[in-house]
Each structure stands twice: as C-alpha cells, then as structure tokens.
Design a protein around this ligand. Structure first.
Ligand code: NOJ
Length: 732
C-alpha cells in the first residue's frame, strides 16, 4: 500500500518500539469514564498513560471522554513525543452518547435505515463534541439464536435488514467528510460470525458451513465497507477451529485479498491474549506472532504487541516489512480522519459545552423510540387507551424504573434526562393523571411483600391495566447469554394475578432479545415490545399507548413459542419432512409444539389495517441480465393514518443446495392515509437471487422462484417467475 510522503518519512524515522506503539490500543485512564474496568489487563493510571504517549508507545486510547483532557493527551503526543504523532481517541459509543437512542435491535424494528442514519449522526455530533474520533460500532452481527445476549447490539436475524442498518449506521457516524470535526469513524464488528456461537453461549465456538458464513454473516461487513467504513474489529470466537483474531483466511484472505479492504483491523479486547486460552498459541509470544501475521493490525489492551513484536521482528519471525505495513495502515487511518493535519480536531471544550443541539436530539430520541415499538397483539382494540374517562392502573417493576432505560452499552448517557414510563404516561394524561394508580407489584427478579395484593387491588379498580414487564437490561449485551428467554418468575406470577382480575391487560415489554412469552403475558389483550428505548422512553411509550403515534415497527427477530426452539430463524432451510396441516407425526416439529414462531419475523400491528393486492410482475420470464419490476398496491382500510412495512420475500424452488423457505430481499416503510392506497415498487436483479454454491462461488441458478409482497415472513400468497439461463431469450 502506498502512503503519503509524510507517512513514509515517519515510518523511515520510527524505531521498532515506536512502530509497535502505533499498533497499541489502551484504556484511556487519562479521562476514564469509570474506575479501572479491568485492572488485570494492563490498565494504568493517567501519568503512566501520558508517559507512554510521550514515549511514542500508544497509537490509540479508548473509552475516555472529555475535550479538555483530550487536548492534554494530544499536546503530549504532538509536542512532547519524538515524532509528534497524534493519538486516535476511540470509545464504545453504540446507540447514543449523552442522548440515548433505542438499542440497535430495537431501532432495527423500525425497518427505517434512514432513521438509524439520523440517530447515528446525532450520536456522532455529541461524541465528537466530547473529544472522540472513533467509535467501536456498529455491531453488525447476525443473531439467529436469541439466547445470545449481544443480539441487542445488532439488527436482528436477517441479512438484508442487517446490511441496510449496517450501511446506514456507518453513513450516519461518519457523515460525508471523514475529516470533519463531527465525523466519527465507524468500526463494524465483530469480524466474523460472532452471532453464530454454539447454543448462543457467549465466547463459545462457531462451527459453520463456509456458505452460511458467506451468505449470512459476512454481507453486513461488506455493506459497512461499501458505506465507507475503514476499520473493523475482530471477533472473540473461533470459526471452524481457527480463532477469528488469528484467522489469516478471514483477516487477510477474504478481507484484504478478496474484498480489497485497505483499512485497519483492530482486535477485540485482549483477543490476541486469548489465543493462549483457546489453545491456538503456545504462549504470549506465539499468540502475538499468530495474530499479527494473520492480519490483526492493532492489539487492544493486552500489551502483547508492545511486549513481543520487537523480539519477533528482531528474530525475523515477523518481517519488518509486515510491521511497517501495519503501521502504515494505522497512520493512513489517522491521515484519513484528518488527525495528521489537525491533531486537535474534535477537541473543542467550547463545542463540548454547547447544548444547542439538545432539543433536536431529544425530539429525535422520542421519534426514534416510538418508531421502534412493535404492537404484537391488540384484541378488542384495547389500544389506544383513552386519556379521559378511563381508569388506568400502571403496574409492574418497570413502571417507575430509572435503571433499565438505556439498555446495554451505554457508557456516557446523561442519566438526568432519562424519562421513566410513569413520567411519560403522566405527561400524556395531563390533569387526568390525578386518577392514575401506579403499583410496582414486584421487583425485577423477586416478589415484594404485599406487592401482588396491591397490584390486584389496583387492577380491580381500573378499567385497564398497563403491565410493565421485561428483562432487566443486564440480561442482554456482552456476556449475557440466557438458558431461558422467558420473563423472571416473579413477574410472571404478577401477570397471572393481575390477569385473574378480569380487567383488560396491556403488557408493555422491555427486552434486549426476542422473548418466549407464556401464560398471562402471552394471553394479555395487548402486547407492546419496547426493547430499551433510551432517553425518551416514557414519552415514546405514552405516544403509542394513547394513539398519538400509530405503531409502525415490525419484529427484526422471530418470537418463538419456547426457548427450546432456539436457534429459530424464519429463513431456515427446507426440510425433507415439512410439517403438514393434516399430519404432524414423523415430520420436522417438536413433540410439544408446532415448529412455528409465536410471532414471525417482520410481524407487527398498527391501529389501522392494511390490505395487499397480489404483486404484479413486469415479466414472469426474467432474462439473465434483466431486472424484475414488481408493483403492489397496498391499502389502508382502517380509520386512521398509518405506516406499513411492505416486505418482499423470495424462495428458490429447486437449487444445487437446499434453500431457505423464504428470504427477505427488500422492504419499504410507506405512510398511507386512512382510506388511501399506495403503489409500492421494487426491482430485483439476479444478484438478489444468488447464493454460495458447493464450490464457494456466489451465483444465481436458473429456474423457478416464488415471490411474496406481504406484511411479514409468514403471510401473503406467492406469485412465481422463472430466472432464465444466460443466453435464453426472455421473449415468450
Ligand atoms: C469487548 C466487546 O466485545 C467489544 O464490542 C468492545 O468494543 C470492546 N470490548 C471494547 O470495549
């Protein structure tokens, strides 16, 4: 890779220690967000960190915040170190900085990538004002097993949805000029197949067909790179026996040689060190050598590169040219984000103090939050609630909660602005709030004395109960795999008791994954899925409860009937023994339940109803190089305006490898006025029909396809078309 003259001149002047220094990423103990998060792993105090910066031993610091002290770090780097190379300041800024937006999984439920682009932009504005250049986001892992806790950080189980959100978030974080003071460098992660860990257990191994890797788990990374990402984080897991962080086939073969990626690969936290625990490296030195030679440019937090690369270069086991190439990539990255020209970019205390953007970001947080809420059930139109002449009991451990608003991975949220559910409901009710009764009923995970009695009494006196239940937020995120994706028993007991009063119940769920709903929760009159919605939680939920916003989100993950169905994903391959309506013995099903989800991927209701005409195809004989035009009329046949997520699925009837029962290929959210209709148009090219074949070649195969334009992964009637072989005329 050729770099600018100034970078080549720097490399020519650097000692081996300074080169290795550029590849080191360490906790920012100069401006830490919390006291030693991991004292075992090389965390040092501010003076030591600054001394290392002065000595040219630090390329990048992470998870500190603050413009003033950021300037101090940069001053030491630029004015007091021998070569004056600025430090890149990074952090985990995942779904908001001070203003917190919905967790990424929740926001994916909006099916509006443009919304994710806007919230990522707002996040970038706040993060760069707080002295950051670089975020370790977006997480683009496809999560097909809901036991895994990190599904909360991604966009769910589907690859097309995942690609759209990956690209949107990269565009939002970075803006259109990487050197701008408010551009936040994005880092898609975790490369790769982290979401495919066996049994959904965090950090477990990944045993995966190369075709599944390529067709499901890699595309969101490609989408992120196409959108402009120039760094990527390696995953903790192994892939078919080779840890991702020392996987040359992945980090060099696929990433650089096949895709031409010219950015930087950063390790996940101590992932190089973990090669020893994996049993893939003999010792620390061997781990360093294997990781670096595989293509892992930056070492996060282990200190392994600093400790072992110089000797490895000295012995010739790591060629100096390889070290130079890693350093070159890091310096090019710094140049591309404008640091070499302006080391003090994004370190402006005045900008940090300026709250001029806050009102806009708060409004966006509320809109993003309500657009992420999925209405799963609404029997007898119990929702929307009335603001007058309806006695409402707000029951449940999340009614007043302030501790489970931000969801996983919020390091820097401004907690003083978090809005509990009760506050939002009270504000919506105005004067009528005087009659609102609020009863927690139980704690998040345990009963409280007299709790159920108080809740039952409140339910008896009410016309409707809003029952705020869910997972504590620490049940999702890193290292939070679950064996049972149901609600804590204390909450289920509360739900049973409240439901037994006969008062209609609206369950408002807080969750970081798809849940297996049972009993009174499953059978409630209405169910809203609200994930963790961030700063404006209360108002956003109230907007939906009272119909000030008509819900428009759809599930980005299938809700199973039981945990034992996991991994469950709608686009599973066909079986030779599908379950039939007339016969279930000796068919692919569970003993206890049919193999259907409780609520499928793409599902969600509105306060209005939509009807679809059959899709009209431009042709039923698609030429090899032609584009298939698809038009469907969608009508709002209800009484209120609404938004529908129109989804296009295909199915390849016969292929050289067993194909999924359905695959999402396109989607569009459209607003339709009550009584109105819109024509929704899609265009499909052969590429959308392709898959990786037995030889590892991605290609479409001629033949018959089914196509649905419909409301979710289980609805609609298919039409069919034929993809003609290359050279066959499309004329009938
Ligand atoms: C470990 C997590 O897996 C990763 O997502 C994160 O960016 C790093 N820690 C740094 O905090």
């Amino acid at each position: 890779m050729a770099a600018s003259a100034r970078i080549e001149s720097l490399i020519a002047r650097m000692t081996v220690e300074e080169k290795v220094g550029q590849l080191g990423v360490f906790a920012d103990m100069v401006r830490p967000f919390a006291p030693d998060v991991n004292p075992e792993a090389n965390v040092r105090n501010a003076d030591e960190v600054l001394a290392q910066v002065r000595a040219g031993r630090v390329g990048s610091l992470f998870n500190g915040v603050g413009a003033e002290l950021g300037r101090r770090i940069q001053q030491v780097a630029v004015e007091e170190s021998r070569l004056g190379i600025p430090v890149a300041l990074a952090a985990d800024v995942i779904h908001g900085m001070r203003t917190v937006f919905p967790i990424p999984l929740g926001e994916a439920a909006s099916f509006e990538p443009a919304l994710a682009e806007r919230t990522a932009r707002a996040t970038a504005v706040e993060a760069t004002a707080a002295g950051l250049h670089w975020t370790y986001a977006p997480a683009v892992d496809i999560a097909r097993d809901q036991r895994w806790g990190r599904g909360a950080e991604g966009a769910g189980e589907d690859v097309v949805l995942g690609c759209a959100f990956a690209a949107a978030r990269v565009r939002g974080f970075q803006g259109d000029d990487l050197t701008a003071h408010d551009a936040l460098l994005a880092t898609p992660k975790h490369f790769a197949a982290y979401g495919a860990v066996a049994a959904g257990m965090e950090y477990a191994s990944v045993d995966i067909a190369p075709q599944t890797l390529r067709d499901v788990h890699l595309p969101p990374f490609q989408a992120a790179f196409a959108a402009g990402a120039i760094s990527v984080m390696s995953a903790f897991n192994d892939i078919n026996g080779v840890p991702a962080s020392a996987n040359r086939g992945l980090l060099t073969g696929i990433l650089r040689e096949e895709w031409g990626f010219d950015g930087v690969v950063i390790s996940d936290y101590t992932a190089d060190m973990e090669l020893v625990a994996h049993g893939y490296a003999e010792d620390d030195r061997d781990a360093t050598k294997k990781a670096f030679l595989a293509g892992l440019d930056l070492s996060m937090q282990s200190g392994f590169y600093a400790a072992h690369l110089p000797a490895l270069v000295e012995s010739g086991e790591v060629p100096m040219a390889a070290l130079d190439e890693g350093v070159r990539r890091m310096l090019v990255l710094k140049e591309r984000i404008g640091l070499l020209d302006d080391p003090y970019r994004s370190l402006d205390p005045e900008r940090e103090a300026d709250t001029g953007h806050l009102a806009d970001h708060e409004a966006l947080a509320r809109d993003a939050a309500r657009r992420s809420i999925v209405l799963l059930k609404n029997d007898d139109a119990v929702l929307p609630l009335k603001k007058r002449e309806q006695r409402i009991a707000l029951v449940g451990p999340f009614a007043r909660d302030r501790e489970n608003i931000e969801g996983c991975w919020t390091l820097f949220g401004d907690r003083s602005r978090y809005e509990p559910l009760e506050d939002g409901v009270r504000a919506a009710l105005g004067e009528a709030a005087a009659s609102l009764v609020v009863v927690p009923g139980c704690d998040l995970e345990a009963p409280v004395e007299g709790g159920i009695e108080a809740a039952v009494a409140a339910a008896r006196d009410a016309d409707v109960v809003v029952l705020a239940l869910g997972e504590p937020q620490r049940y999702s995120g890193e290292a939070q795999s679950r064996i049972d994706i149901g609600l804590p028993p204390a909450q289920e007991a509360l739900a049973e008791a409240v439901a037994a009063t006969g008062t209609p119940v609206v369950v408002v769920l807080r969750n970081g994954r798809a849940l297996a709903l049972t009993g009174a929760v499953r059978d409630a009159q209405a169910i809203l899925v609200t994930w963790y919605l961030g700063t404006r939680t209360g108002s956003a939920v109230a907007d939906v409860l009272f119909g000030d916003y008509n819900p428009s989100a759809r599930l980005p993950v299938s809700f199973p009937q039981a945990t034992g169905q996991q991994p469950y994903f709608y686009n599973h391959p066909r079986t030779g023994r599908p379950e039939l309506p007339t016969m279930s013995e000796f068919k692919a099903r569970w003993r206890e339940i049919p193999n259907e989800p409780l609520y499928p991927f793409g599902y969600g209701l509105s306060y209005t109803r939509f009807e679809y005409d059959a899709p009209r195809l431009g042709t039923t004989r698609l030429g090899w190089d032609d584009t298939l035009e698809i038009v469907t009329t969608v009508r709002n046949v209800g009484d209120v305006d609404g938004e529908e997520v129109v989804q296009l699925y295909i199915h390849d009837r016969v292929a050289s490898r067993v194909r999924p029962v359905r695959e999402l290929k396109a989607f569009e959210k459209v607003a339709i006025a009550a009584g109105g209709e819109v024509e929704v148009r899609f265009a499909l090219h052969r590429d959308a029909l392709a898959f990786t074949d037995a030889d590892g070649v991605r290609r479409a195969e001629p033949g018959l396809f089914d196509l649905w334009v419909c409301a979710n992964a289980k609805s609609g009637e298919p039409v069919s078309f034929e993809l003609l072989a290359s050279g066959v005329s499309a004329a009938p």
